[in-house]
Design a protein around this ligand. Structure first.
Ligand code: HEM
Ligand code: PLO
Length: 484
């Protein structure tokens, strides 16, 4: 049905009406692995039909750079999808909203607020420190028994984001925290990007159980967030914003406080936008950072020699007399490599978020029509044997050059790039650095006696997650209580 591809056109999988290329996609494999496999047959740039949608799949870094950077503006659109549209009230967020002037304003506002809490100030560092202290105490409370580190890590990361977004924190077992974690898990389970509901929009007329569960979780989220929003509006003060929610509320005023601008049907940043952005910063901040931490710990359990080398670096450059701080980043190059290698080998967002062409454009010299969907398969870029030696091997040294200095290869893009690059990159990097350095300074992670090492295959939901695993935590000398 696709016909013989004209010489020079993008190779395309066969397809049927309505079903698209589905019959040719085989069963079972998650998209990032399936696309990697298809790229062997069709080449690194190929097309397929996801339902009725003609979709390009980019599997190598040259084409990815073209889509994200060189022609980044052409490809900065987002498709409309059923589940994410429900999640974001029709795209009143950053990540799933299509490109528009309002979106740009909105994104800039969020970006500036993050910068405010980022590298320049000690605020974020203090927030992470208090989360780290209680995380360490909680991890060490398990004694010599093996346990799943995931709940404690999720809570710690949730508390960091919670402070940044709302200026509130939760103690272990807090009922509102339980509610947040429950609704978040519900959304994560039901939203599965690229799942059937999103590919076949007509399925929304046949609501299934998963869609009603998603709606339930969104309702719980909305109730909780609206309350926070009202509290913040009542307490809004002059001066510097104390958190993201306040920064957004203040930013609203600049854009007409949600009123329709005179003589234009274009709306400003409404309360809906503020709510959706807070929800998204929350969701993105928790899922990505905690998952990345869990992947890195899983790999450290497989590679005790890497853990020892990080600890040696910490001992030699920091010691055990004081806590690690942001300004120590330059002194801990190997730790940085470990973080990068974790994000390379298991990118939490293996096919990024779908992009669309805003105008007629091109990729690799091939014409691409406006509206075309583009999936960037970061997994295959991060595992490309032409650019990475033994790509399936966890080897942090690949991020050091001959002189032992940090080097970032051009086919390493865990946060994407260009106009749609992750807005939380700075925040995420800072958190990963502070969490990992503090944890490894204070304790060692080991396999439980007779326990098997973590399964590294992962499960693709809204992010690529490790399967649950167990670890034992042993305090390092001088840190028996977890804190100093
Ligand atoms: C987008 C990765 C942490 C907020 C993205 C994208 C990736 C990514 C790959 C999609 C880029 C694209 O579609 O081209 C990561 C990783 C993280 C992380 C690996 C941590 C290890 C965070 C955090 C936040 C955040 C902490 C916020 C608190 C966002 C937002 C977008 C985004 C709002 C949408 C940007 C847009 O569409 O314009 N991230 N992220 N992320 N991320 Fe992150
Ligand atoms: C996670 C569940 C939350 O309840 C809602 C949410 C908001 C933003 C999403 C995030 C979820 C998953 C990870 C995403 C993030 C935006 C950017 C990030 C998709 C669905 C990545 C890694 O691309």
């Amino acid at each position: 049905s696709g016909g013989a591809a004209a010489r020079g056109s993008i190779p395309c999988l066969p397809h049927l009406p309505v079903l698209g290329s589905l019959p040719w996609l085989g069963g079972g494999l998650p998209p990032h692995l399936l696309f990697t496999q298809l790229a062997y047959r069709y080449g690194p740039l190929f097309a397929l039909y996801l339902g009725p949608h003609y979709t390009l799949v980019v599997n190598d870094h040259q084409h990815a750079r073209e889509v994200l950077l060189q022609r980044g503006k052409d490809f900065a659109g987002r498709p409309n999808m059923v589940t994410t549209s429900l999640l974001t009230r029709g795209g009143k967020d950053i990540a799933f909203s299509d490109y528009s002037p309002l979106w740009r304003l909105h994104r800039r506002l969020v970006h500036n607020s993050f910068t405010l809490f980022g590298e320049g100030t000690s605020r974020l560092q203090d927030i992470v420190f208090s989360a780290v202290d209680s995380l360490c105490a909680e991890l060490l409370s398990h004694g010599t028994r093996g346990f799943d580190p995931s709940p404690a890590i999720t809570r710690a990361v949730t508390n960091v984001v919670c402070t940044l977004v709302f200026s509130s924190t939760y103690s272990s077992g807090d009922s509102e925290l339980q509610e947040v974690i429950r609704y978040n898990n519900g959304i994560v389970e039901t939203i599965a990007r690229g799942g059937l509901v999103d590919i076949y929009p007509w399925m929304k007329f046949f609501p299934n159980r998963s869609l009603s569960k998603l709606k339930e979780c969104i309702a719980v989220r909305d109730r909780l967030l609206s309350r926070k929003l009202e509290e913040h509006k009542a307490a809004l003060s002059d001066g510097d914003p104390r958190d993201l929610l306040e920064a957004l509320l203040k930013g609203q005023t600049g854009s007409g406080r949600g009123q329709k601008t005179q003589g234009s049907k274009e709306e400003g940043i409404t309360d809906d936008h503020v709510l959706m952005t807070a929800a998204e910063a929350f969701g993105a901040g928790v899922e990505t950072t905690s998952t990345t931490l869990l992947w890195i710990l899983a790999y450290l359990l497989h590679h005790p020699e890497v853990q020892e080398r990080v600890q040696k670096e910490l001992d030699e450059n920091i010691g055990c007399e004081r806590a690690v701080s942001v300004s120590d980043r330059g002194r801990l190059p190997y730790l940085d490599c470990v973080i990068n290698e974790g994000m390379r080998i298991r990118p939490v967002s293996p096919v990024l978020i779908p992009h669309t062409a805003m105008t007629d454009s091109s990729v690799g010299g091939h014409a691409v029509r406006r509206g075309t969907r583009v999936l960037v398969n970061m997994w295959s870029i991060h595992h490309d044997p032409r650019h990475w030696d033994k790509p399936d091997l966890f080897n942090p040294d690949r991020f050091l050059d001959d002189q032992g200095r940090r080097a970032t290869p051009s086919c390493f893009l865990p946060f994407g790039a260009g106009p749609r690059v992750c807005v939380g990159e700075l925040l995420a990097r800072l958190e990963l650095f502070l969490f990992l350095s503090s944890l490894l300074q204070r304790m060692s992670f080991k396999l439980p006696d007779g326990g098997s090492p973590p399964n590294l295959q992962g499960r693709l939901g809204v992010v690529l997650q490790p399967l649950p695993y167990k670890a034992v935590v042993i305090p390092r000398p001088g840190w028996e209580g977890g804190v100093k």
